[in-house]
Design a protein around this ligand. Structure first.
Ligand SMILES: *Cc1c(COP(=O)(O)O)cnc(C)c1O
Length: 398
């Protein structure tokens, strides 16, 4: 059959058509009143999207740029920092800390799991200056307990920096209420626009730390960006067309909430949660094992490859038969698992479609018969259950 190219990767994700149109027609100079109005409106909306009253920055870079910026703006050479890691993105925090000469302590958990809060408590000595963690570890599909960690850090001098690049828009995060000091997101994830923007919200506690932190920084000097943002500008040339796309994406999220951006964000989260639930049910009904069964994220589902089968064959089959791009494992996990994303612009038909495709892919790579409809049926039941529950509790229908 005809194949449409569809991304099911946890970044980049499918692009919202309205965002694409907004980008294509945008040609505003950035030092003009029109652009300042767009810039200020987007920054205000981003506070609602993130769920914070703190100042938000949106910078031209991939997510890693703002991860690096949060290390360089908040630490000094030799600072003791605690990195909580259970995957490739956690390891990025460790490497960034080392790159800036921090004394990096690590709490780690095996891939596919999350760390014990007891161990975090134990390692969170009074000399720890900052704690770095992911909300959702995109390499394993695991969700970490940000609230549990924040409950520990809030009582200490340590700042809590959360890479929520796939967590925002897929996970309920009470940023201010829990006491998260820096929370980071990226444009190519739940926000449904292309790669190129990274954003963060920064607490007063963290702004204060920047006054004494001595690590070198230039492009990612958050204080300079904050000053410029107060005037509706960024310090350097902003990615103007991506701002136009972001404005359109935030309008779309607002429409999802019938005019209320926060409600729309919550609906986007519920959408990812349900797509993830349907996918877990479908994969397990086929006898496949989840990679992070004890703490699955809604951003994506990582599924183990059947014994003796390289997940690369599954990824290839999805692409060749259906034009569907799913992600392989990263690093040491390559060949062991495949990942299906749910963050952003995915709907019921996308979710049912990828599971129907999975039935064929599995039959093809294993050479064993699959009872067609097994995954789809389980997903249908998960969907019907969620609709029934929404009706019973009077919440928005999915
Ligand atoms: C995508 C992603 C990043 C950022 O990656 P970039 O390629 O720099 O945008 C960081 N952390 C997590 C958890 C991610 O999913």
């Amino acid at each position: 059959m005809l194949r449409k190219n569809r991304l099911f990767t946890p970044g980049p994700t499918p692009i919202l058509p309205a965002a694409q149109t907004a980008m294509a027609s945008y040609a505003m100079h950035h030092r003009t009143a029109d652009f300042r109005a767009l810039f200020s409106r987007v920054l205000a909306d981003m506070k609602d999207f993130i769920g914070t009253k703190s100042d938000v920055l949106v910078l031209a870079s991939s997510g890693t740029g703002v991860m690096e910026g949060s290390v360089s703006n908040l630490t000094s050479f030799g600072d003791k920092v605690l990195v909580l890691t259970a995957g490739k993105f956690g390891e990025r925090w460790r490497d960034l800390g080392k790159a800036f000469g921090c004394a990096v302590e690590v709490v780690s958990a095996p891939y596919g799991e999350t760390f014990s809060l007891e161990e975090v408590r134990h390692k969170l000595t009074p000399d720890v200056r900052a704690v770095f963690v992911q909300a959702t570890e995109s390499s394993t599909g695991a969700r970490h307990d940000v609230k549990g960690i924040a409950d520990l850090t809030r009582k200490t001098e340590a700042l809590l920096v959360v890479d929520a690049i796939t967590g925002l828009g897929t996970t309920q995060l009470d940023v201010d209420g829990w006491g998260v000091d820096v929370i980071i997101g990226g444009s190519q994830k739940a926000l449904m626009i292309p790669p190129g923007l990274a954003y963060c919200a920064i607490s007063e506690r963290a702004w204060k730390r920047m006054e004494s932190a001595k690590s070198p920084r230039y492009y990612f000097d958050f204080r300079r960006e904050r000053k410029a943002a107060a005037k509706g500008e960024s310090a350097y040339t902003p990615a103007t067309s991506l701002f136009a796309a972001l404005g359109a994406a935030l309008d779309f999220v607002r429409q999802m909430g019938d005019g209320d951006l926060v409600a729309g964000r919550d609906a986007l989260i519920a959408n990812a949660e349900l797509a993830a639930e349907m996918t877990r049910a479908g994969a397990q009904a086929l006898g496949l094992k989840l990679f992070a069964p004890s703490c699955p994220a809604a951003a994506l589902t990582a599924i183990q490859s059947p014994t003796g089968i390289d997940s690369g064959a599954i990824v290839k089959q999805f692409r060749e038969s259906f034009g569907a791009v799913v992600a392989n494992g990263q690093g040491e996990m390559k060949g062991q698992l495949f990942r299906i994303a749910h963050l952003g612009y995915y709907d019921y038909l996308d979710t049912i479609g990828i599971l129907a495709a999975l039935e064929h892919v599995l039959a093809s790579v294993t050479g064993k018969p699959v009872t067609y409809g097994t995954a789809v049926r389980a997903a249908q039941e998960a969907y019907a259950g969620a609709r029934y529950q929404a009706a019973a509790t009077g919440t928005r229908a999915m």
